[in-house]
Design a protein around this ligand. Structure first.
Ligand code: NAD
Ligand code: AKB
Length: 318
């Protein structure tokens, strides 16, 4: 049977650039169409690329038809910190982008992956071992758009049978790509600054515990849920997935095991407020039970791998 054609929308971003690389390794370069409003800088994009604005429905449809696309990963969005600065654009992109795609996937029977976030939770959510089903009262426009998006996904699945699959990603950490304007970005920047300057000024407070995941695990979770038998994907809003939780201080202590003179200082900014409303750790037992989710990297393994792969000349540093 021929491999289904896959379209990744938002492929030049932190997740997209690594997801495209892995999808192409698994399914072949020509079967994975990268697309973004921004031209890719990454050498990874050796296969097909389409310049595409997800809000321009006619162009999305033209691309789908041109390549006979059967699966879409929709990654185009504004993340928490950027979204707070551009609330109307964030709502427009994060909501209308999704709704356009749900409608297209309904009409053309396309399987859709759309990521949610730990930002769907809020100050009245239990913060430790946050359950799959619990109070959700997000305080950021990003979190509000993700929560509304989850409801749209479930609605389109229930009413129209759209095969939409979703994960509530925690903060994602990787060395290959730059994070795109989120609150958890410190956990990437810290490694580049540690290598480059031996020090880092953190925009979150020392004891801010957040759920995090190493990018190889996030990519694996994403492809695993898309490849799972439909009967196993029982939750069509979005699944909690987890790997590790740590504070900036704990991450700095782990980095010091490799770079003993590393120094961290703290200057919390507005992002501290967003982080303080999010979970500290997540209960992901539904994902583990339903479709076999399992993470590989904990704090020690992730830190070791990040530092092995980041060199002084690596481009990501803030
Ligand atoms: P990113 O900002 O790095 O990448 C988003 C990409 O979308 C960018 O390349 C951007 O150019 C593109 N884009 C923006 N507007 C577009 C448009 N109109 N049309 C087409 N492309 C457009 O974000 P990311 O970190 O890769 O996140 C991808 C998804 O995962 C988002 O939905 C985000 O909310 C979600 N997520 C990410 C994290 C994380 O830690 N990175 C955590 C939770 C959820
Ligand atoms: C952000 O910080 O905005 C993202 C997320 C947790 O959704 N990394």
């Amino acid at each position: 049977m021929a491999t289904e054609k896959i379209l990744v929308i938002g492929s030049s971003g932190q997740i997209g650039s690594e997801l495209v690389e892995e999808l192409r390794a698994r399914f072949g370069d020509d079967n994975v169409i990268a697309s973004d409003i921004k031209t890719p800088e990454c050498a990874v994009h050796k296969g097909p690329f389409e310049a595409l604005d997800v809000l321009y429905t006619a162009r999305v449809l033209e691309t789908i038809k041109k390549h006979d696309v059967k699966q879409i990963y929709l990654l185009a969005a504004l993340l928490s910190a950027t979204a707070e600065q551009k609330i109307k654009l964030a709502w427009h992109l994060n909501m209308d982008g999704l709704i356009n795609l749900l409608e297209i996937c309904r009409e053309h029977k396309i399987r859709l992956f759309w990521p949610s976030s730990i930002a769907v939770f809020g100050p009245n959510t239990p913060r430790q071992n946050t359950p799959q089903y619990t109070v959700m009262d997000p305080t950021t426009i990003y979190g509000i758009s993700k929560l509304a998006g989850e409801r749209w996904c479930e609605y389109y699945h229930q009413k129209f049978g759209v095969d939409v699959r979703s994960l509530r990603y925690p903060g994602l950490i990787g060395y290959k790509s730059e994070p795109g304007g989120g609150t958890t970005d410190y956990a990437v920047h810290i490694f580049h600054e540690a290598r480059k300057h031996g020090s880092y000024e953190c925009f979150l407070a020392a004891d801010t515990m957040l759920p995090m995941m190493y990018m190889p695990d996030a990519i694996k979770a994403t492809i695993d849920i898309m490849d799972a038998d439909a009967s196993k994907v029982k939750i069509r809003s979005s699944y909690n997935v987890a790997a590790m939780s740590f504070t900036p201080q704990q991450l700095a202590d782990e980095i010091k095991k490799h770079i003993p003179n590393f120094r961290i200082t703290y200057k919390p900014d507005i992002r501290q407020e967003y982080a303080a409303s999010w979970p500290e750790s997540m209960d992901d037992s539904y994902a583990r039970k339903d479709w076999g989710w399992a993470h590989r990297y904990d704090l020690a393994a992730m830190t070791k791998d990040m530092l092995q792969n980041i060199h002084v000349e690596s481009p990501v540093a803030h």
